[in-house]
Design a protein around this ligand. Structure first.
Ligand SMILES: Nc1ncnc2c1ncn2[C@@H]1O[C@H](COP(=O)(O)OP(=O)(O)OP(=O)(O)O)[C@@H](O)[C@H]1O
Ligand SMILES: [Mg+2]
Length: 251
């Protein structure tokens, strides 16, 4: 498919929480360790990891199952806190935010895409896409207009009134991408976004992500098991092994 032209800059700038510091890398992790079950049976899922991500780049995170990829993404997403170390996004220290600040950060700065799409089955495609704007207090008319605009962006305006069960896997992932973009987040975090899709549909979805990265300069951090895909799409590949960075390849 040819990816549609994308415009995600029409909304007011809810990503202001992270937009103020152009001199910093967009995302900076310093000596991040995450130990699960620290009290009972400690498991060191991430072990003293440091790296940074510049705005506009496409970074892939690869590594075997259990190597800590999702743990890392959840920390950047503000859904979890490190046991030690510091995460900053555009100079703001995410790892020290209060739960209210974290909730604003997640709502405004982060767009997330999951392997299992995570759409709400009782809602139409348009309602799913509009939902993040409801939580940020956007008026209904604007929410609806913006949801349709985002569905057009991902080539799915004709399915706006369909529910997830009436959509193919690839179409559901497009809805999820539209939902991730609707708040004009500072970056997109994708955890195995093509993991449930066949090869052809995976290619369509990755073409769309690549288009979003190149034409909108939207920063993307994507976990994948597919190394050739990571090589094709990303500017940098970070390989994790047992909670540590094994290699960082830039190209
Ligand atoms: N909530 C949790 N509580 C305890 N241990 C956890 C938790 N989440 C993950 N783990 C453990 O931490 C390690 C890293 O898990 P993580 O989910 O980050 O791996 P992953 O690289 O994303 O794997 P996969 O490719 O299978 O998704 C694993 O050993 C896992 O069992
Ligand atoms: Mg995972």
């Amino acid at each position: 498919m040819s990816a549609p032209l994308i415009s995600v800059s029409a909304s007011p700038d809810p990503s202001a929480i992270v937009s103020a510091a152009p001199s910093h890398p967009l995302i900076d992790l310093t000596r991040i360790t995450r130990i699960y079950n620290a009290e009972t049976a400690p498991l060191r899922a991430l072990d003293d990891i440091s790296f940074s991500i510049d705005a506009g780049t496409f970074v892939s995170i690869v590594g075997k199952s259990g190597s800590g990829k999702s743990t890392l993404l959840n920390l950047i997403a503000g859904m979890d806190k490190p046991t030690s170390g510091e995460i900053t996004v555009a100079g703001k220290v995410v790892s020290e935010m209060t739960s209210e600040q974290l909730s604003l950060y997640r709502r405004s700065a982060v767009g997330m895409i999951f392997q299992s799409f995570n759409l709400i089955t009782s809602m139409t495609a348009a309602e799913n896409v509009a939902l993040p704007l409801f939580f940020s207090g956007t008026p209904e008319q604007e929410r609806n207009a913006r949801a349709i605009e985002m569905l057009e962006t991902v080539g799915l305006a004709a399915r706006a009134k369909h529910r997830p069960t009436e959509l193919s896997g690839g179409e559901q992932q497009r809805v999820a991408i539209a939902r991730a973009l609707v708040t004009n987040p500072a970056f997109i975090l994708a955890d195995e976004p093509t993991g449930n899709l066949d090869t052809k549909t995976s290619d369509d979805i990755t073409d769309l992500l690549s288009h979003i990265n190149r034409h909108e300069r939207k920063t993307i951090v994507m976990i994948t098991h597919d190394v050739p895909l990571a090589l094709r799409l990303s500017t940098r590949i970070i390989t994790l092994q047992d909670g540590k960075i094994k290699t960082v390849d830039s190209h």
